[in-house]
Design a protein around this ligand. Sequence first.
Ligand SMILES: *Cc1c(COP(=O)(O)O)cnc(C)c1O
Length: 481
Amino acid sequence: MKYISTRGQSPAQSFCEILLGGLAPDGGLYLPETYPHFSDAELAQMRGMTYPELAFAVLSRFATDIPADDLKAIIDKTYTAEVYCNVRAGEDAQDITPLHTLEPGLALLCLSNGPTLAFKDMAMQLLGNLFEYVLAKAGQGINILGATSGDTGSSAEYAMRGKQGVNVFMLSPHGKMSRFQTAQMFSLQDPNIYNIAVKGVFDDCQDIVKAVSNDHAFKQANRIGAVNSINWARVAAQIVYYFKGYFAATTDNSQQVSFTVPSGNFGNVCAGHIARMMGLPIRHLVVATNENDVLDEFFRTGVYRPRGAANTWHTSSPSMDISKASNFERFVFDLVGRDADQVRELWGEVDNGGAFNLNVGGSFANVTEFGFQSGASSHANRMQTIRNVWETYGVMIDTHTADGVKVALEYREAGVPMLVLETALPAKFEDSIREALGRDPVRPAGMEALESLPQRFEVMEADAEAIKGFIVQHTRLGQSH
Ligand SMILES: *Cc1c(COP(=O)(O)O)cnc(C)c1O
């Protein structure tokens, strides 16, 4: 399997060749040359599989340059009941992503049982083990530099902690993350994890990452890498749980299900799109956004109009507060019939701060054929939904999942199970739960006293040169081999 760029001007590469990188050299995103397809007979065979077996069935079609035995060992080490153990009472940790039925035809696909209580662990944990494997083979190391306001950074740190050949330098805005998220990250004592609290806001952190990445000489000399949401392996890993959810909700392959996906950068729902292209009987993929509704606007009107940072709202579902959806280009590539010239033209507009309208050329009509629908929620909607789900089903959901449930209810159809992707646990967003329910969410065992653990972090000025100096000073790549 080779991977091509959505902008059509980079050479095709293998899975391992694109694993550690980000964008293709032409600025595009990598996608498989063609999507593998599962026949009816193959789907029937996959129906009884455990999560790791299913992950191997799916990922072995994509990671064709990793020997099967090695890939299987990496997957088996990643998807264990020990790693994904924060399940609700009565659900089986062996399922990894248990399906929690709220009522007939409506269920939560629980994806937040990993170490940081959000769905990003599903892909990131695999990425940690893949990185270690590929780096060891090449006898190399990598310095991962990232900026976070919460979920992505902690998920990356818990995936990369203790990994041979990997250092993580994670920038976060000093004093601006929730106490829980700060404690989750800063309590890590692993010597290869560096938390840098930057005196500034999230955008300052992101600007520093950009400045360092644009210094090509520094980047190359210090082997700077990233684990951002456009990473192909992350998308690929997320495809697996659509299969798992489908099989859990159906009894044979003539049945269809729909998924609602709380969305920000479009990585999660893009994986659903690819699962559908691979033959999984998905009826609808419902994109749910919060007040930052750039995606909802597109699916309603055909206009993609990214907002600037200044027009991005801070909401009670902060992990979906995006101004543009970094994975969206992958879907548009398929939507316009894989016409790389057109994608290059469209993102020529976007990269210059502009917008595009697919309703004029005709490709927007294909959105229906690809099964997409969309909706949005407000803060009041999410609070009400958290209350309704608690009162009706006795289940506590977080603000992101609440966004999904709110929109899902607008698109339910008789006879088609609607699965809402649970993207985080309520324990991560205590203030919002207190506001909605007047009580605190229960924390998973072992996390009750997270905030009182000793913290390890460095406070630094928002200064790219100082951060570069810190990286050079603390690089331990030489020592890991
Ligand atoms: C990252 C995240 C999302 C958005 O997922 P995308 O793949 O960026 O669309 C939604 N909810 C939570 C809790 C997240 O952490």
